[in-house]
Write a protein that binds this ligand. Structure first.
Ligand code: NCD
Length: 290
């Protein structure tokens, strides 16, 4: 699944389903909805939040989890993705959850195996469930998504989170402003959806924003000198304490994680009053259940 290809009505329906299932998570209960079935979590790239969230969700729905860790698998011995997928399919899972550095890998796994496959991050292309989670968070914080002003700043070029959020939030009626260093924006000529715009100046975009999302610099996907030297990144594109002070009351700071504190976000902002990134305490937690 790629958010870009989905109609708004289906995305809204997914968010409504998430809302209906949320009490299950809050109560810590368990459902028998998918009891006795198995989900393969096939992660070929590192993950903290996404992997643990899928595992937790699977348990809440009564699924058995078959974890697959590429780092200790036969992928290291030269096994192709197709052979790995078919080997895992032989375990008769009901579901695959796939994260891979190749953008099309989740779709390929679904095609080779005929088993429903959730895209948990495909290369620099899309990360649909992170987008849905961020939309769910916005809906809970503001009671709506339409009309919200959402700013994304950082390494857009390599960010699947940025692409999924861009498509999802504009489809749901938000205005999305994109800010990035000149070398790390989306490719020139890449068509922006209606409702999206590019801004050169992060400072100018902040006072009006309902939500500011900052992104990590994805060094592992960079092939060449993309970055200005020294501390220039933080000075121009980091969400510093001084910038966060310019935010509206009630505006929120988001980050899909993992954070590189002191680079794209100051620690005092990540842990500050606008932030919904991590739970500060059980009572103060807003969207940080993610
Ligand atoms: C992101 C990812 O892997 O795309 N994190 C996540 O899934 N929550 C962002 C990143 O790696 O910077």
């Amino acid at each position: 699944m790629a958010i870009e290809e989905e109609p708004a009505a289906r995305l809204t329906a997914l968010l409504e389903t998430a809302g209906r299932l949320r009490p299950l998570f809050e109560s810590g209960g368990a459902s028998t909805l998918l009891a006795g079935r198995t989900a393969v979590l096939a992660f070929f790239e590192n993950s903290t939040r996404t992997r643990s969230a899928f595992t937790r969700a699977a348990h809440l729905l009564g699924l058995n989890v078959l974890p697959f860790d590429a780092g200790i698998s036969s992928a290291k011995k030269g096994e192709t993705l197709r052979d790995t997928a078919l080997n895992l399919a032989a375990m008769r899972p009901a579901l695959f959850v796939v994260r891979h550095s190749a953008p099309d890998a989740p779709r390929q796994v679904a095609g080779w195996t005929g088993i429903p496959t959730v895209n948990a991050g495909g290369g620099a292309h899309e990360h649909p469930t992170q987008g849905l989670l961020d939309a769910f968070c916005l809906q809970r914080e503001f009671g709506r998504i339409a009309g919200l002003k959402f700013v994304i700043c950082g390494d857009l070029r390599h960010s699947r989170v940025a692409r999924s959020n861009l498509h999802l939030l504009t489809k749901l009626g938000a205005q999305v402003t994109l800010v990035a260093p000149p070398t790390l924006g989306f490719d020139a000529g890449w068509p922006l959806p209606a409702g999206a715009s590019i801004a050169a100046d992060f400072d100018a975009a902040i006072p009006d924003a309902d939500a500011v999302m900052v992104l990590r610099l994805q060094h592992e996907r960079m092939e060449g000198p993309f970055l200005p030297p020294g501390g220039e990144y933080r000075a121009r594109w980091g969400l510093t304490a001084a910038r966060a002070e310019k935010m509206k009351p009630g505006a929120i700071v988001m980050h899909p994680g993992p954070m590189n504190r002191g680079v794209e976000i100051d620690s005092s902002v990540a842990d500050g009053p606008h932030s919904v990134i991590l739970p500060r305490s059980r009572s103060a937690s807003r969207c940080a259940w993610r």
